[in-house]
Design a binder for this molecule. Sequence first.
Ligand code: 3SL
Length: 232
Amino acid sequence: MPTIEVCFSPNLLSLHNLNDKIVVVVDILRATSCMVTALACGVESILPLQDVETCKSMQLQGYLVAAERDGKKVEGFDLGNSPFSYMDSHLQGKKIAFTTTNGTQVIKLSESAKQIVVGAFLNLSAIANYLKKQQGDVLIACAGWKGQVNVEDTLFAGALVQELSQEFSTANDSALLAQSLYLTHQGNLLAFVSLCSHVQRLKNLGIQKDIEFCLQKNVYEIVPILQNGSLV
Ligand code: 3SL
């Protein structure tokens, strides 16, 4: 039976051997929710990048550029980090270079993985079905916040563990911890997530709508996969 485990913070990724794992990167609020939305709405590809300057320079190569730092769109960029801004027919067929505070950092840190896919509540079942077919060991890599653990990514990890519990065995206690948290709060994810630090941090930015959207399950069927450095 393949195994499933959870890495709660990017600072713990070095404890894992990634090259024999499928890594599911998750940043529920809001990077991976945006990526799933953008690709589901017809964006051709997303190039995840770590720094703002490199991202901006991709404009010269015909990319639209998207950047978020500390929850805000970076000045001078085409797009920020709200899933609603990616539901735009003008973005269909476009390539987007994307950098965010935590989400795109984890994708880069996971580059030695056998494969990287991007997960969110929005594509939970699609990711679970994909992983069942692959039959390989899985690591769920939570973006957290600047190296710290967070509630919303851990809840997603628990939901995915729950979906896969018949087909995968747990490699260590991490999957069990996340699953137990999810099972406790699955009846009202929004109430629990509303207490979390990132929501408190984002309160002044007026993104309640984004938070509610990002907690919806199975809105999209898409499984974004990193291929040649870009998510498609
Ligand atoms: O940290 C990130 O990558 C972002 O998703 C954070 S925010 O939701 O845009 O604040």
